[in-house]
Design a protein. Structure first.
Length: 589
């Protein structure tokens, strides 16, 4: 490829946030260049400055509404993503903390509108950053983007457009907003890179949703990039090369061909059933931590949410989420999944997962937090916590299929106590006259303590379903701290003890005719798929990104052969032999 602009190849390293290889010509954007005059105003100007700000807000609202009508036409999940995002931006412009903050600064600090906006962005950014939370860090980006829009409106600076670019363009910019990305036509824009931006931000989410390879956070990206320069970009590794040499160019081309070939295979799978060669359908579900991850679950074709870790609603904050806040979160998931099952697990705090607002309750949990007051034990001790969760879950169940899952169950008594609590909460909700489902949601238990697996027949008599949590099951069966890298080599899913516990639980569930799924990390690794299906599991729940590869494995396998191999494996006592029997099978089918 011919090179223009600066001199010779220049390699840069950033954060790869949307996978894929892009090779093309640079379009260098100066989208961030707004000339703003910040000044102190006289008392007499306060009123006119307030009005100027109100007009800028009004224009911004109109612009966002217009963008919303355009966003509907975006491909795939990008339309939905953009819709959520624009709603969030619109909310920020209607009597929000941000708008009130700017107005206050105009009056109290006598700042002109531009200065008031800039100061408010800065101060909100600082207070969000002080909370040290990735989710809030991403919200800073939203505040800045909305602020930039207001500054543009105040200074009447038009937006640079990414609408009509030459085919094969790679956009290089100081910062790109999600709205910028939405205007990009993937046929023209092959990739983009920017100086600012993080992997959690909406710009990154949009890039992934649109499938545009992208790299963010390259400090000296614009130093010697010139329009028309050849650029090669790897959205996985974060490598960006300006004016690549012939050898570099060939290296990127080779990777592009390999990725495209693999991607074509996996993407085709999305709409295909997760069905074995001998015609047995397997349920592949997603594990979710935060409601906002739902679009990823949907985009890979997950057939439900097999595990929602609600404890993440309690983290990175000082107060507890109340019933209404939880209801809103769960409802978002139920609506998002549109009739597919959503399994909400009650709080699993303790051990390696801690939350500030619960710190006091957890105090004195002893020297061995993994065996202490955690998960269901805490919920049953602090009934108000469980009440709020169960009430929110039952309310969400009025809008779609919800299952309630109890973590760290070790005894039948815990399940009975939780069920009584559920009935009590339901009666109270009925009295309150809130909308209820016709039937209470099924109440299931995690099988993640070896004792629970060994007593699975007893638990099956009181539970409506099982979900095996191999992460903890392995930790407790083999006495291996799952968070300690020094003993990580012992955390072995193929240990005969672990496999026997899984088998025990599966057989108890089958005998009792209750559903059973597996939602530990093991579910997302295609190496174990044949063995788990061979043991009788038909429902696997995993991180959304793993769904395509596991589906590929399911579709390549003959379940009868996998069942036979699982039997042979269960006769073995040595984990090395188990591993080789499994790996040989995986190579053949
Ligand atoms: C497990 O223990 O396997 C599980 C799925 O739960 P968590 O990882 O949240 O403990
Ligand atoms: Mg667990």
């Amino acid at each position: 490829m011919r090179t223009e602009g600066g001199h010779g190849e220049r390699r840069l390293q950033g954060l790869g946030i949307a996978p894929g290889i892009a090779i093309g010509r640079a379009f260098v954007s100066d989208n961030s260049a707004i000339t703003v005059s910040e000044r102190r105003i006289e008392l007499a100007e306060v009123d006119s400055e307030q009005k100027r700000f109100a007009r800028a807000v009004e224009t911004a609202i109109k612009q966002l509404k217009k963008l919303k009508t355009k966003a509907v036409a975006l491909p795939g999940t990008a339309a939905e993503e953009m819709g959520y995002l624009l709603d969030a931006h619109l909310a920020m412009l209607s009597r929000s903390r941000f708008v009130r903050g700017v107005e206050r600064r105009i009056v109290e600090e006598r700042a002109n509108a531009e200065r008031a906006v800039a100061l408010e962005i800065e101060s909100m950014g600082e207070s969000f950053a002080a909370m040290g939370d990735a989710y809030l860090a991403a919200r800073i980006e939203d505040v800045r983007v909305v602020g930039q829009r207001l500054l543009r409106n105040l200074t009447k600076t038009p937006y640079a457009t990414f609408k009509s670019l030459a085919e094969g363009t790679i956009v290089l910019a100081e910062e790109l907003s999600p709205a910028d990305i939405a205007l990009m036509d993937p046929k023209q824009v092959k990739g983009f890179a920017s100086v600012l931006g993080g992997a959690e931000g909406h710009t990154a989410i949009m890039a992934r949703a649109l499938g545009i390879p992208a790299v963010l956070g390259i400090a000296d990206l614009l130093k010697d990039a010139a329009p028309g320069d050849a650029v090669a970009l790897d959205g996985t590794t974060g490598e960006v090369v300006l004016r690549p040499s012939a050898a570099t160019h060939a290296r990127f081309e080779k990777r592009r061909t390999a990725i495209e070939r693999a991607g074509r295979g996996l993407a085709r799978l999305k709409r295909l059933p997760a069905e074995t060669r001998d015609g047995v359908e397997i349920l592949l579900e997603a594990n979710l931590e935060l409601p906002r991850e739902i679009s990823q679950a949907l985009s890979v074709g997950a057939q439900g949410l097999g595990l929602v870790r609600t404890e993440f609603l309690y983290m990175n904050r000082d107060d507890l989420p109340d019933e209404d806040e939880q209801y809103a979160s769960y409802l978002e998931l139920v609506r998002g999944m549109d009739g597919k099952p959503v399994t909400l697990r009650t709080l699993d705090i303790g051990g390696d997962k801690l939350a500030a607002p619960l710190a006091e309750l957890m105090e004195g949990e002893g020297n061995n937090p993994a065996l202490g007051l955690r998960a269901i034990r805490l919920s049953l001790k602090e009934r108000s916590l469980l009440d709020a969760q169960l009430a929110a879950m039952v309310r969400a169940a009025a809008h779609g299929p919800v299952r309630i899952l109890l973590p760290m169950i070790s005894s039948v008594g815990e399940v009975r106590a939780a069920r009584e609590q559920l009935a009590h909460v339901a009666r109270r909700l009925k009295r309150r006259g809130v909308r209820m489902p016709d039937e209470l949601p099924p109440l299931g238990v995690m099988i993640e303590i070896p004792g629970a697996a060994l007593a699975a027949d007893a638990l099956a008599a009181v539970a409506d379903f099982f979900a095996i949590g191999t992460n903890d099951l392995i930790q407790y069966a083999l006495a291996v701290d799952r968070g300690d890298e020094r003993v990580a080599y012992l955390h072995n899913p193929l240990h005969p003890a672990v496999l026997r516990l899984i088998q025990f639980a599966v057989e108890a569930a089958l005998r009792a005719q209750i559903p059973i799924s597996l939602c530990g990390e093991m579910a997302g690794d295609p190496r174990y798929t044949a063995l788990l299906l061979g043991l009788g599991i038909r429902d696997l729940s995993m991180a959304p990104a793993n769904v395509p590869r596991v589906k590929q494995r399911v579709r390549a396998m003959d379940l009868a052969a996998a069942t036979q191999r699982a039997r042979a494996i269960m006769d073995q006592l040595d984990d090395a032999r188990i591993a080789s029997l499994l790996d040989d099978f995986n190579e053949l089918a």
